[in-house]
Design a protein around this ligand. Sequence first.
Ligand code: CNA
Length: 241
Amino acid sequence: MSDKTAELKRILERARRIVFFGGAGVSTASGIPDFRSEDGLYSADCGGVPPETILSATYFALHTAEFFDFYRKHMVHPGAKPNVVHRYLYGLEKEDRLRGIVTQNIDGLHKMAGNKRVYELHGSVHENYCVDCEASYPLEKIMESEGVPRCDSCGGIIKPWVVLYGEMPDKYTGIGACREISGADCLIVAGTSLQVEPAASYIDCFSGRDLVVINKEPTPADERATLVIRGDVAEVFGELG
Ligand code: CNA
């Protein structure tokens, strides 16, 4: 075990109220690309239209069929399974030492791993609603439809419960996440570039003892962290066992 992982282990052993704040880097070990790494989605060929544009509320409204083509191809990974990070966090919650997971991910893998206290700031691909009558649909409905998915009852467009650029995250989820972070004695920030607001600012609610950052690249939170591990979060949690 590396010195830094050993230090993380000591921090986790003394912590009683751990909160985990994660991003796309948590799920790369499950085969889901992130946005901003070299081989991330932002470097994918999207026909000349930037992914940020395609994943926006206005693009969804004006080019709905093209949105769904991109969404099915790049944003949904139905075969993905929880990895060592998700599984470790489930163990911490079972021991009642993890207060909550605040995630920017939309893949639903923390819930699939068994965690209950999960704040999905940007929603989940597993929840889909008719924009007209609010009937709910599973992911399969989106994946099995051709073109724009339509509601069986009223014919309205089915929209994934995923926060698009230009949309505000659900305020109750945000408030819950900030409350958990403010009550934590240890906050682990991992696999996130901390570039997306307002999510990134939620970590400012933390005033506990240990702020740990685990990321492959530098982040804006590094300078105030107790411990910075510049590396692969799946390798670190794998070492923790
Ligand atoms: P991002 O901006 O792509 O940043 C990811 C960060 O994680 C980068 O700094 C990487 O260096 C780092 N990273 C990548 N792999 C690892 C790893 N194995 N170990 C440690 N660090 C790693 O993604 P953010 O989450 O910060 O940005 C928020 C966006 C990304 C949210 O709106 C998400 O919905 C969106 N997103 C989610 C998923 C998903 O649900 N799995 C996938 C892709 C994008």
